[in-house]
Each structure stands twice: as C-alpha cells, then as structure tokens.
Design a protein around this ligand. Structure first.
Ligand SMILES: Cc1cc2nc3c(=O)[nH]c(=O)nc-3n(C[C@H](O)[C@H](O)[C@H](O)COP(=O)(O)OP(=O)(O)OC[C@H]3O[C@@H](n4cnc5c(N)ncnc54)[C@H](O)[C@@H]3O)c2cc1C
Length: 448
C-alpha cells in the first residue's frame, strides 16, 4: 500500500490505545460499592444475560471479601473479566440500575467487576471451586471462544473430561482476536483461558474440526459435543475491485491490532470503512488511532438505522471519524492498489422483513472518494460448509437451529451456543449460552 500513514512513537500509540475505562483504586472502588442500594429485586442482575448476583458481589467488596466476591461473579460467568471490560454495560446491567430513574449516575458495575477480577488474576487465580469426581463421560467442544470456554469450565466442575478443539493457534476466540485494545488487552482473554485450563480442561489449538480431525472421529470420541464455532468472515461485497491491494476485511485488520504490535500494522492516510455495525466502528477508530489522517465510514442506510450502539457511534465521532450515510460502494478503483471508491447515493424505500426501510440507489448519483485503504465490514456468516458435514444438523436464517430451552441442535449429540446460534451478539450472551448448554448436556447424558 502506498500512502501509508506515518508511524507514531510507541508512547503515542500507547496513549491512543489507552483504556477507555481505567481501573478503580481500592478507595474509589469501596466508595462506589457503598453507593449500591442492594435492591430487593436487583434489576441489574435480571438485565445481565449471565445473571450475576451483582448486589452481592458489590456488597462483598465493601467488606473486603474479595475472594468471596470473585466466587459470586465466577459462579455465574466464567468470562467475567472480559465482560467487565467489554460488555455494553450501559444497555445491560448499568442501564437497568435504579439510580438512572432517580436521575443519578448508575453504579459503575463493569468497573467494580473489573476491580474484583483484576484482583483475582493478580492473586494467581486461586482455585475457588472444587470439581466433582470424574463421572466417566467426556464432552468435546469445538471452538475456544467465550461460549466454548464457559461450557468447558462448567462441565469440568461437574466431573466431565473436557477437550476443546480450537482452529487457531491461540485460544479465546474473538475475545483474544477481536475486541478493541482500548477496551481490554489480549492478555486478559488469555488469563481467562488459563483459568479454564486450571479446572482440568484440555485445549488443543491448531486443530480445525472438519479438516485436522473429522466430525465422525470426534463423535466417536465424545459422549456429547458443544458447537461454539462463532461466525466466519468475511462476506464479500460482490463489487469490482475487491482484489486490489489495500482492500482488507475488518477482522483481518482488527486481529493484527489486538496483538499490540502497533508498528507492524500499516494503515492508509485516507481510509474508508464499509458498514456501520460495531465491528465497522472498531475498525474505523483503530485505523484512526494508528495514525490514519482521514477515516470515513460509508453506510447505505441513514443514521437512524445504523446497527452500531449509540455509545460506539459517539466514540467514533469523538475520534474524528466522518460518516457518509445513504451511501453504498459501487466499485473499488485503482491500478493494482486501491485509489478510490466509487459510490452511489441511496434513498430509503419500503420496509424489509425486519422492519427497516430498504435502501435503493439514486440513478446517476455516482461520486468518487479518494482512499489509500478500504476496510470491508459487511457482516459475518456461519460456516455452512463445515456445519453441513454434521449429520442431521439444521441451519436456518444464518444460524444453527437449536431448541431455545436446551440449546440442543437437531443432531441430539450436538449442543450449540454463542454467535453461531444468535447471528452475532455480545461476549456475555456467548458466556451465558455456554453455561446453559453445559447444564443441558449434563441432564441429557444422565437422564436420557
Ligand atoms: C471486531 C469485534 C469486536 C467485538 N467487540 C465486542 C465488545 O467490545 N464487547 C462484546 O461484548 N462483544 C464484542 N464482540 C462480539 C463477541 O466477540 C462475540 O459475540 C463472541 O466472541 C462470540 O463468542 P463465540 O464463542 O460464539 O465465538 P467466537 O468468539 O467467534 O469463537 C469461536 C471460536 O471457534 C473457533 N472455530 C471455528 N470453527 C472451528 C472449527 N471447525 N474447528 C475448531 N475451531 C473452530 C474459532 O477459531 C474461534 O476461536 C465483538 C465482535 C467482533 C467481531
């Protein structure tokens, strides 16, 4: 890529990627914890998909019972450190805090949870739970993302032999390879992986099920299987010019940034990002923080329909990201490398099946935006080829079909959770699914 943005000093990179929500000091955590009203109906606990007993873990902070607090958190959520740093708390637990209704600041639940989990990691993650004696059964888990890890931890505690098969060489799924470095460090996710391994779970990395090992072999080896395979990337835009140098998919770019080897990631001076979901916003803000001079996001609908959270949109605007709404790419132009993106202006028409007004091109509205780098973030899909190799397993509407009560798939030996059944939500949903599936695998194996 020509027109690479100038490299920054290491101090500048570190400042640009400094944590958005720095940790509490012990005194500040105690003051904040003492504000919690310990509501009788805990709306925060209900709003959390993993239903952590939030008031109780916060109460334990006030009495200095950090171990007890960590135990309360982990008994509901094995991915609690990542969730503390990366959950959209303002639409979940903190959004439900009763202080909002009083017109006051909600309790900073995420930062308090982080305070406890950081303490737990610093103490070397002491064993807080005793696994049950081995029950003679084994479960294979495909994917070491948050759903697979949560399922594995829970099953290991119940006495199962658990083996996770992970295609990548480093475990953790998108917690390790996707979440923006100003929210959390890759090491946080790796600590969580270690926590699960300490429960006796075996993680085999560099093993892609369907290639390195067959589904058939796995099915013979284990009494049940959990699918926590997430989604695959990327979806092609299907426009001319995608093969040009300087055109990237968002996750490939983001994955490089999560390694924190800032200098090794080239970024264009002028960057266009296609899409307006949370991943697109992450790619845009990360490009800007790496030194891109101008970053512009192109979205074919209007601001009202954009899928990104409002707080992510606000963050991008604060970073100086420009937005071109009602704009769709038509083709990418360049001679070997990207030089411009030709766009069409759009207008909104009839509502689609999801109730969103469909964008349609305005004829003759073509215009060009000069760029040195183009990042595509137009959604992810399930890995149909791999999933179609599992006998009897049904997919529909871009997700694996499960019984919503049990998370069992249409092949009774397989359970599933996380992004592959919800089409891409949050870490906390994946963590909740993993735990729920573990309980149902246990019931199915011992009651069937
Ligand atoms: C860029 C980005 C940023 C995000 N930021 C946030 C955030 O700030 N906060 C938040 O709450 N959520 C965020 N999310 C969403 C969150 O990361 C996901 O919802 C969550 O990771 C889903 O967990 P999972 O276990 O279902 O799948 P994943 O995390 O995707 O893990 C799936 C794992 O399965 C492995 N796998 C796939 N196929 C195979 C196979 N055949 N054999 C073996 N292994 C296989 C993959 O390599 C991967 O490690 C973000 C997502 C993205 C893409």
């Amino acid at each position: 890529m020509n027109n690479i943005a100038s490299k920054l000093s290491n101090e500048e990179y570190e400042a640009n990627f400094a944590e958005l929500h720095p940790p509490f000091t012990s005194a500040a955590a105690t003051v904040e914890a003492n504000r919690c009203l310990y509501c009788f109906d805990s709306p925060c606990m209900k709003a959390c998909p993993t239903h952590i007993d939030i008031s109780t873990f916060i109460k334990k902070i006030t009495t200095g019972n950090m171990k007890g607090s960590a135990k309360t958190i982990l008994s509901s959520n094995w991915i609690a450190l990542t969730c503390a740093k990366a959950c959209p708390v303002n639409v979940l637990c903190e959004g439900a805090c009763v202080y909002n209704a009083k017109g006051e600041e909600p309790i900073q639940i995420g930062r308090l949870q982080r305070y406890v989990m950081d303490w737990y990691v610093e103490k070397g993650m002491p064993q807080l739970f005793t696994p049950a004696p081995k029950n003679g059964k084994s479960v294979g888990i495909i994917g070491a993302g948050p759903s697979g890890l949560a399922c594995a931890a829970e099953l290991a505690l119940m006495g199962y032999e658990v083996v996770i098969y992970e295609a990548k060489h480093i475990a953790g799924g998108l917690d390790t390879h996707g979440i923006a470095p100003y929210k959390m460090k890759q090491q946080d996710s790796l600590n969580e992986v270690k926590m699960v391994e300490k429960l006796g779970v075996t993680i085999k990395t560099g093993v892609r099920v369907g290639e390195t090992i067959s589904v058939e072999d796995l099915t013979k080896k284990h009494d049940a299987i959990f699918l926590g395979v997430g989604l695959k990337t990327p979806t092609r835009l299907g426009i001319p010019g995608e093969e040009l140098n300087g055109v990237y998919d968002a996750l490939t770019f983001i994955e490089k940034v999560t390694t924190r080897k800032w200098n090794s990631v080239d970024v264009g001076k002028r960057v266009a990002v296609i899409g307006a979901g949370n991943t697109a916003i992450d790619a845009a803000t990360e490009a800007k923080r790496l030194g891109a001079e101008k970053v512009c996001m192109l979205y074919r609908r209007s601001e009202k329909e954009m899928p990104a959270y409002k707080f992510e949109f606000e963050l991008a605007k604060k970073d100086g990201i420009e937005f071109q709404f009602l704009t769709a790419p038509k083709r990418i132009l360049g001679n070997g490398k990207v030089e411009a993106v030709e766009c069409l202006k759009m207008e909104l028409g009839e509502k689609d099946s999801e109730g969103r007004r469909k964008p349609k091109p305005i004829p003759g509205s073509e215009f060009q935006i000069p760029v040195d780098m183009l990042i595509k973030s137009a959604g992810q899909n399930i890995e149909e080829t791999f999933l179609s190799g599992i006998p009897g397993l049904k997919t529909a509407g871009g997700v694996v079909v499960v019984n919503s009560e049990t998370l069992q798939t249409t092949n009774v030996k397989f359970f599933a959770g996380g992004d592959c059944i919800n089409g891409g939500k949050e870490v906390v949903n994946a963590a909740a699914d993993g735990k729920k599936a573990a309980g149902n695998i246990d019931r199915w194996l011992f009651v069937k």
